[in-house]
Ligand binder design. Structure first.
Ligand code: PXG
Length: 479
């Protein structure tokens, strides 16, 4: 029996029948596609090619399943875009939004005003986050969260009289969003190439990607330590008096679910403390239960000075981002006059009300706890058992309900495919045909399902992933 039982109140009853769904739909798939192609520019897309092939039109969702406009039922192995932690169709969140829209749909938090939802949310976050995080600044996305991080870091060092601390060190193949600041912080070359300009004073060190980048006979622990020590070398190169912060995702999400060995983060923390540099954990994907801990930095055992939050904060039901400030940073910001940063929708009441309902579900339904003790270990074991000695799987990374599957030409020799991106796309297309959403990033296949997933649904995802990876190997002539 699944723990996500029938008493859960969904917004809409399931209607898997294609005919029933078609009756509800406003337009045919062909009409949707034509209008979409005519008027909608998608993010991160080659629109010419997409318009020729046509988008998949998703029309509704419930639990861990999506339905497209042709009535196909699809299992969502990516929780939307790493965000629908409580699963789709939770009435509690819809009710919270509806009530709040009637009561107070909007008021700002500038000019000496506040409102109950943002107060409740801040108090609840302080309760759920580790002890030194008691203050939160709000925005609308993870990208804006990281822009805000840069503003707070800068203001913090100004209050300390250390005006030369301007450099922020980040990592290649990290992802921190797509605003100019987020994109500069991220280490994605293909994004940098298309930016009109970059934010000044941001530099990158190498990522702790053992499978792809370790040379010689280094163990994962030795390699992770060496990669962490690149931070020290970079600080010494720039001069500690000029370095303000280091930012990293506890595990890289969009970069391929890259989990550093246990030696990495303690060393990063040691270096940051030694040279008096703020340590920022971008928890946009890792936060709110993904690894089985409330925050991914707790999984890796380190204490950041700032945390960036978004996605799972509202389970994606409405947009919201935030930055959590360690007490010592918060104190400096609070006690030193104006902080000239804010957005119209900072602490938006509807988003805040939805976030509160979402966080209470994660806590009171013991969703995060179950990821840690039950479904997370089950998912990890199932994947590792299923793909042990698979001819094209080189490693499985992850913890809790997030995993990366490395496609490899020769797994034992850690030899990647020369055309890894193409192999990933082949595999992704097989998933698509089996109605599984599994993301391909280059030659790594990624899974990050809703945290309410039950064991039967995990079995379904893993079986479909196995089919897709077997089919990929077969197409490549590898067995
Ligand atoms: N930080 C991290 C760690 C992220 O993963 C952002 C910041 C930016 O958040 P917003 O809300 O501004 O998008 C993200 C976003 C992918 C993918 O393909 C990942 C993200 C966004 C879009 C696509 O894996 N992560």
């Amino acid at each position: 029996m699944s723990y996500r039982t029938e008493e859960v109140a969904y917004v809409q009853p399931a209607q898997p029948a294609a005919a029933a769904q078609a009756a509800q739909q406003q337009r045919s798939t062909a009409e949707y596609r034509a209008l979409d192609a005519a008027h909608h520019i998608h993010p991160f897309s080659d629109m010419g090619s997409l318009n020729r092939s046509g988008s998949r039109v998703i029309v509704k969702a419930q639990g861990v399943y999506l339905w497209d406009s042709d009535g196909n039922k699809i299992i969502d192995g990516m929780a939307g875009l790493w965000c629908v932690n409580v699963g789709y169709g939770r009435k509690e969140l819809a009710d919270a939004a509806y009530r709040q829209m009637q009561e107070l749909p909007f008021y700002n938090t500038f000019f000496k005003t506040t409102h109950p939802p943002v107060i409740e949310l801040s108090a609840l976050l302080a309760e759920l986050a580790p002890e030194p995080f008691n203050h939160f600044f709000y925005c609308n996305s993870g990208s804006e969260g990281n822009d805000t991080v840069l503003r707070i870091v800068h203001q913090y060092w100004a209050t300390q009289g250390k005006h030369s601390k301007k450099f922020v060190i980040s990592r290649k193949n990290g992802y921190h969003g797509s605003t100019i600041a987020g994109g500069t912080l991220g280490g994605m070359g293909y994004m940098h190439e298309q930016m009109p300009s970059k934010v000044e004073n941001i530099v990158h060190i190498d990522q702790p990607y053992f499978f792809g980048e370790a040379e010689g006979n280094l163990t994962p622990e030795e390699f992770a330590l060496a990669r962490a020590q690149q931070l020290e070398a970079k600080i010494l190169e720039i001069g500690a008096d000029n370095v303000a912060a280091f930012i990293g995702e506890p595990f890289q999400g969009a970069g391929g679910v890259i989990f550093p060995a246990s030696t990495y983060w303690p060393e990063i923390q040691r270096i940051c403390r030694k040279y008096d540099i703020l340590l920022v954990a971008d928890e946009v994907i890792g936060g709110f239960g993904r690894t089985g801990e409330w925050f991914a930095h707790q999984h890796f055992g380190f204490e950041p000075d700032l945390i960036t939050l978004a996605k799972g904060l509202t389970s994606g039901y409405v947009p919201m981002g935030a930055v959590g400030l360690h007490d010592r940073v918060a104190k400096a910001i609070i006690e030193n006059g104006d902080f000239n940063h804010g957005l119209t929708y900072s602490g938006h009441p509807v988003a805040a009300a939805v976030a509160v309902a979402n966080l209470k579900l994660l806590r009171d339904d013991k969703i995060v706890e179950r990821v840690k003790t039950d479904t997370g270990p089950y998912f990890q074991k199932k994947l590792r058992d299923t793909f042990a000695n698979h001819p094209i799987i080189g490693e499985i990374s992850g913890a809790g309900l997030v995993a990366g599957l490395q496609l490899a030409e020769d797994p034992k020799a850690r030899k990647r495919f020369a055309n890894g991106g193409e192999v990933g796309t082949i595999c992704r297309d097989f998933c698509f045909n089996r109605n599984l959403i599994m993301r391909a990033t280059g030659d790594r296949m990624l899974l990050s399902p809703p945290l309410v997933i039950n064991k039967l649904e995990i079995d379904e995802i893993v079986a479909k992933a196995k089919y897709a990876i077997d089919a990929t190997a077969q197409q490549l002539g590898i067995s």
